[in-house]
Write a new protein. Sequence first.
Lengths: 289, 324
Amino acid sequence: MAGVAAATLPYVRGPRRRFPLGSVGAIGLMLLAVLVGAAVLAPWITPYDPEQTSGAPFERPSPRHLLGTNDIGQDIFSELIYGARISLMIGSLAALVAISIGTAVGIVAGYFGGWADVVLMRLVDIVLVVPFLPLMILLAAYLGPSFWTIITVIGVLVWARPARILRAQVLSLRSVEYIEAARAVGASAARVLLRHVLPGVLSLSLAQFIQAASNAILIEASLSFLGLGDPTAKSWGSILYYAQVRSAFLTGAWLWWVLPPGILITLATLGFAFTGFALEVSLNPRLRR
Amino acid sequence: MARFLAGKGVQYALVLLFAVTLNFMLPRLMPGSPLVFLAGEDTAFMPQAQRQQLLQAFGLDRPVWAQYLIYLGNLARGELGFSFQQGRPIAEIIAARLPWTLLLVGLSLLLGTLVGVAWGTLSAWRRGSVFDLSSLGLFMFFESTPSFWLGMIFIALFAAGLRWFPIFGAQTAGAALAGWALVTNRAWHLVLPLATLTLITIPGFFLIMRYSMLTVLGEQYIATAKAKGVGETAVMYRHAMRNALLPVATVFMLNLGVIVSGATVVETVFSYPGLGRLLFEAVLARDYPVIQAGFFVITVTVIAANMLADLLYPLIDPRVRRGA
């Protein structure tokens, strides 16, 4: 029957191009390598200190200032490279918080079941319904804009979706033979969790971490754009905040002040998304389409 | 089906309770007097007698549980507090802003769903083709793009640059327009913000519809239909698409919070006078009561939309109707 379907369905007609999975992951990793590399090497590759006024305000791009200067006269190119540090760091740390919570919740709910499962999954449902940006704005306004506020606020909301996915994984692991055997032999719950369940979800956790980082970078950009980012550490979103406040998009300056930060945010988000996607599919061949 | 709706009802009630309790707790958990968060930072410098008056007016001298009950009662009556920064009742401010957000979000949701579903279907039908792969690339790009940045680019290109559209606002300020002229003017102001928000709404629906269609197309009943001699278009629409739509409906509900969040930044970029922009202004002015009321109203709106979608879901999935 399946053979008939394959022979007659129109989407199989013509050369069947399998989705090149390897190149998706490769593109993702390449993007990440470039961006993380730039962030790490920042002190050596930036021409100027982004905090210093190194030129006249609103200078156009020139050999001296590759992307011109902002409204205070700081070099935008240098700002972008140092911004990579902030954006990537906040994104990764927030994702770390989110995945730590998500993995813990997923394991507890999936392994122990019962009322713990019910309560935790109800919590997941609640977190997923609440409109996340207005909630983050509320929390960030009260906690005050700072590096750790942003990380906490993002982490505390992004854990929900991975928790659900990890719980499903734990549920399928629970009935696997070696776990049943371990329990039959009388291994304590802690031992089973640590030695059998945790390694089983680790690789999926990693894939989820990378996806979460992708989300976190985008969310951090939005929060910084709204003025809730760390005032002392300019991320890409913060650069766009200042660009908006100074109405850069109404002048020609948008080409070198507004366009580059947005492109970088998109590339970082894509880099993480592609890598995470490739990793998740390689772990679960059924998803290969 | 009654069980399904009752379960959802409990979930939404819990979300509401969470939002309300959070709003109540936040000013009281902060170090110092909650008065600063409820009535403005000037209260820190007020003479003692005046502070005492305010404390009593806000009921802050009562025990916490009494305050909570008063707070719940107020909310139920639609009493959302007073904005000390704007000098107006907050309910009034929000009533003026809410329609604009509903307009923007509603239209982009509609457009985004229609375009996403149609495009996703086509893409799945032509899986592996140049059309499919480039569509995938295009929408993965838009899904990773910050919406506010897209808005700024649109303004720079089409508003400030080509001058095809206005730069900000929902309608031309000060112009005394009425009837059809007013509608056209508002529509003209709506184009760019709507385009921005729709462009980031489409990818989610596109991807889900495409994936769903691919799953459905591999099912036995499709092969049966083809074997029966049903025409290609009929197979695509009558058999494949209708069944593929089911996961889309679920995603639709999950996406609501995301789109409303997107609207928040889009409104800010375009100075569109909606609830999202109100939140931004309130943050700048440290007008905490407005931030809290805004968050509350937005949450209520998302819940209402979710409930509406839940009521309509059994119409497309007969299995839920029969309680199977």
